[in-house]
Ligand binder design. Structure first.
Ligand code: ATP
Length: 285
């Protein structure tokens, strides 16, 4: 069975409070995009399932999120055997684009079909919670408000058709370190989440793009922030209606209403970066 595993971007990312359990309550408008890995899921040839990809540094056994998801499915339903998963990675790793979570969600969906379990997307998303906090969103796809740790989802009106340029600078940012640096009461700038939701309902792409923001941008190290800002500036200069960092970074994206402008941004950023992609919004899975 062949499936695509769509990445996500954060149109907004806000941190509301630190909880007593050490986690943070988040509020994020998430959007699935057509940038995707391709997975093939088949019954395992050996005793234990493998997860093979074209990236040599990813785990190949039970630690690959694709296999973690398969195990979570078997545990929750009592159905299905070991599976071999082949992954063609197109989504950059450790990029704030939930590539691993997308692979996990695709495997949950494959297992659901292969076993005939017939679970609803909401039931599959619930199983996904144990695998990672972005997995439930990746199961549902489309456009959604994600709250709590990201697993409490409310579907939203779709992002109007547009062109999305994503650029991943060649460094990674530690998510725990970023959370460690956030002082919730000191956050000065926040995204206009309610405004973004209203603009989605009105089908107003410019209104969405102008209100996007990610509070993690406030706590980046100065040299990282300056690189993120220079990518944002290049996107805006090429005609993006708005630009922001996705998740815990470092990927930056811009929303365009005109394909030729997006193409120009792609070409310009490709001169300085290897991980540059032109894609669009993806609907629910
Ligand atoms: P998020 O946006 O959810 O924070 P991310 O884009 O920062 O995700 P991912 O690429 O989803 O990060 O995951 C990165 C980590 O997960 C790496 O440590 C990687 O080794 C591990 N991993 C396990 N399985 C996979 C997979 N199938 N694809 C990508 N990474 C995987």
């Amino acid at each position: 069975m062949e499936l695509s595993a769509n990445a996500k971007i954060n149109l907004t990312l806000d941190i509301l409070r630190k909880r007593e359990d050490g986690y943070h309550d988040l509020q994020m408008v998430m959007q699935a995009v057509t940038l995707a890995d391709t997975l093939t899921v088949v019954p395992a040839r050996g005793v234990e399932g493998q997860a093979l990809s074209d990236l040599h540094f990813l785990p190949t056994g039970g630690k690959n999120l694709a296999q973690v998801a398969a195990a979570a499915f078997r545990q929750a339903t009592g159905l299905g055997g070991e599976v071999d998963v082949s992954i063609q990675k197109h989504v950059p790793v450790c990029a704030g684009l939930a590539g691993g979570s997308a692979d996990a969600a695709a495997v949950l969906s494959a297992m659901n079909r292969l076993t005939g379990a017939g679970l609803s997307p909401t039931e599959l998303a619930k199983i996904g919670e144990q695998v990672g906090s972005d997995v439930p969103f990746c199961v549902l796809g489309g456009t959604a408000l994600a709250e709590s740790r990201g697993e409490v989802l409310t579907p939203l009106a779709p992002l109007p058709p547009c062109h999305i340029v994503i650029c991943k600078p060649p460094f990674s940012i530690s998510t725990p370190q970023l959370f460690g640096r956030v002082k919730v009461k000191k956050i000065v700038r926040r995204p206009d989440t309610a405004g973004v939701i209203a603009a989605l309902e009105a089908g107003d792409l410019t209104g969405v793009a102008r209100r996007m923001y990610n509070v993690f941008e406030d706590v980046l190290e100065p040299r990282r922030l300056s690189e993120i800002n220079s990518i944002k500036a290049a996107l805006i200069d090429c005609g993006a209606l708005g630009a922001s960092m996705s998740g815990s970074g470092p990927s930056v994206f811009g929303l365009f209403d005109q394909k030729n402008r997006a193409q120009e941004a792609l070409e310009r950023l490709t001169k300085g970066y290897r991980g540059v992609f032109l894609c669009g919004p993806a609907g629910p899975r």
